[in-house]
Design a protein around this ligand. Sequence first.
Ligand code: PHE
Length: 441
Amino acid sequence: MTKLFFKYNRIVISALHRLKYSTVPKTDSKLSINGTEFVTDDYTNVTPKILSYLNRNLHLDKGNPLSMVRQRIVNYFYSSFTHRGSPDFSVYDNLSPIVSTKQNFDDLLIPLDHPSRVKSDCYYVNRSTLLRAHMTAHQSELLRSGLDNFLMIGPVYRRDEIDSTHFPIFHQVDAVRSQRRDQLFPKNEDLELFEPTFDPTKPHTFTNSISDPTKQSCHTLEATKLIEHQLKDHLLGLIKVLFGDIKYRWVDAYFPFTHPSWELEIYYNNNWLEVLGCGVVRNEILAKAGPNNSIAYAFGLGLERLAMALYKIPDIRLMWSNDSGFLSQFQNKDLNAKITYKPVSVYPQCTNDISFWLPGHLSIDTFMSNDFYDLVRDVGGDIVEQVKLKDKFEHPKSKKHSLCYSIVYRHLERTLTQAEVNRVHKEIETAAISAFNVVIR
Ligand code: PHE
């Protein structure tokens, strides 16, 4: 964190918000994160609040539900896949979340105009550096270091709205499993990984097409089908270990870094819940970073969703709770015990609306709601349960635009007083005036 951010307190809040949310390029200032200095620019949008979570690593906290699910997944991969008695998969669960745009996007063939790159969805440190938006950001570097089977586990950061199932930080388990021809087809020496027209030692002489929905043009159908079968079999094995018999379905999907690709949905609480994305790794990635004579599958799954469904945890922010009423339900429990979360008590919500006129140069369409959500989160902290856009209005004469948001406040561990909420709400109004030049109605 910068010196400025270290000094962050409520008195300097207006100045900080003007700096953070203004569209004026912030050049030449320095931001120090975990001891490394970064030069900020017009892309910088990490907030002090988000940076304060950086070394939290909930997935490694013994007794946190996320950590328990992580441990169960690792155990499954350790025990199911061994080579001469030792685990086949290596586990990386402490990689730095500060990555380059090359790692997070370019190395994974994510096009320059892909929506996942936009500033309003990612936490950028500057134009070339961000807080990783998915664990797949580490795939290429680990392949390049010579690994073929590995799990990458940790928090990922995405700007989002605030409610019981969304939090700007969540945790993923990503994996790669790659196999050479002799590993995939040990008993069938006449089966091949690659089509005869493709020479794996000269991948640049071939344009690998993904226009056929069943496979990449460089791969044979046999190799693709067998790896698809293994991928689905391994993942369903995991879901069975976690949930026992549960209704599920595979859905065709698209990811720039895999082809073909699928998502797995489980039927939970009368809804289909997407829990993971997966597919056959694009050969361009393997050819560049790793074993050019292999075929690989990859997947990424969300720990929060699995933990919430598994333990019936109703609110994602409970994962961050230090309340002993919550933690004691998981601490010192057998990893495989069936645990159902019991709410300790439910405290009342308190809803206050905020309406404002946008300054002349901004319209309902150009005002970035995510900027406003971040501001509310920064000022209000964890007592902000939800922020929802309630109403939009254009004045018929002045043509000025106005927005109304509802902010729901609730403390997870006690009842808030109206006076306390009003005080925080007022601070949010003041910060919004200063950051966005709005006029409160
Ligand atoms: N990185 C993808 C996501 O965050 C998930 C994924 C990983 C999909 C690996 C395919 C392969 O949504």
